[in-house]
Design a protein around this ligand. Sequence first.
Ligand code: ADP
Length: 509
Amino acid sequence: MSQDHESALLARVPDRLYIGGQWRAAAGGRTLDVHDPATGDVVRTVADAAPADGLAALDAAAEAFPAWAATPPRHRAEILRRAFDLLQERTEELALLMTIEMGKPLAEARGEVAYGGEFLRWFSEEATRIHGRYGPNPEGTGRMVVSQHPVGPCLLITPWNLPLAMATRKIAPALAAGCTVVIKPAELTPLTTLYLVQLLEDAGVPAGVVNAVTTSTAGEVCEPIIRDPRLRKLSFTGSTAVGQRLLEQAARGVLRTSMELGGNAPFVVFDDADLDQAVDGAVAAKFRNTGQACTAANRFIVHRAVAEEFARRVTERVQRFAVGRGTEDGAMIGPLIDARAVAKAAALVGDAVRRGATVRTGGSAIDRPGTFYAPTVLDDVAPGSDLLREEIFGPVLAIVRFDTEDEAVRLANDTEYGLVAYVYTADLARGQRMIERLETGMMGLNVGVVSNAAAPFGGWKMSGLGREGGAEGIQEYLQTKYTLTPSPFVPGPATPGLSAPSLSAPSPS
Ligand code: ADP
């Protein structure tokens, strides 16, 4: 990949805010720098929105809402489908852009374009399946009509680790439902969103339906939007701490909220598991995105009888990983997003080692430009180690050993999070017991990657609220209306014990 090719691509990415169908500079002309984490270089400078820009974006979304909500579902579906097609055509550009600003290996960036694109296709199909109900009330005196309506203007806040997929996973269902949006991407990766917004405009999304504000001051820009009564929905993906703060802000306006927060996924390997499969799954579940995913396996809980063999095989695989800038041929492990992420991985590994863990491979930052941490395997991690409680968000595979199924379940559930769990066993009955017993919103049974646009993504406990994707995903952007109409027929004889109020009778509530 030549430097010229990258520069030409970067120069084509919009560098301003997108509000009401116009590209405009931030109030006061502020800008923010975007870095390549593999080199530390500034690759592009984009507008850095102020609070007034955020409110201008909400103005645009609120103004565009009634007309967009009134469009035929098929019309919205066709636009989303066109966006899906454009994304396929522009896969290489978008993948390269993500690799440059976020660091993931190019092959994985292509994978994210495929995954992220699926939300556009899936919700283009769901747009025409927003159904209601019609039926008699039990008394026979009326007919109940249940219909669904778009909730209104939405604020979508996305993280840096999957900058495309987290945006399409929110924008597509919102638009399919008839909502308009303001999207605020992470300050570390604004380019992917700006590129996507341009693509949505090319696909025919009307002015004001999607608005994008990039900013280095997320809190200052978002809070006035969240407190504005015109906003009706907040969808957030990011850390639990920020999610909790946003929930407090959203409480005042009783906003609909969707929260995709932290994870601490257990990866349980029983002694009857197919170890080849388990090792493949472990590599995918841990090292995808260089470990920077909320679905990343955080704790490998392995039966003592197979733990040594599992650790040996997984270590052998990890030692063969090529580390490098995501554009380098065969690179499997890219840089972490920033120096803070490297420091966090180093601190968690340091704590585990102090408490007795064995480093099978890796165990330190890599001394080269950019923010690289060596892919690491830690064995015999002691209870109480910080990395068993905290999301590592880096390429560190930590193994603890267990003896009984009950112990495995207890260890797996011993976390305030409940996003995803992975289980490897060849015993069907045991697999079924684990489906029942694990406290988790998602589970991979003998597979290491579960994400799919057609599936309800989301967590239990402190991992969040709501679901993205699947038939459930569009519900987050719809609200229900129940209407009672009189029965077109004269009701028959009253059923004993069933009061048959006339429709004009005063209601108990
Ligand atoms: P991470 O630790 O992965 O960066 P964050 O939760 O800090 O996760 O960030 C996720 C998203 O939330 C980013 O877009 C970030 O800018 C945004 N964000 C962070 N703090 C706030 C805040 N106080 N209000 C609104 N958005 C915020």
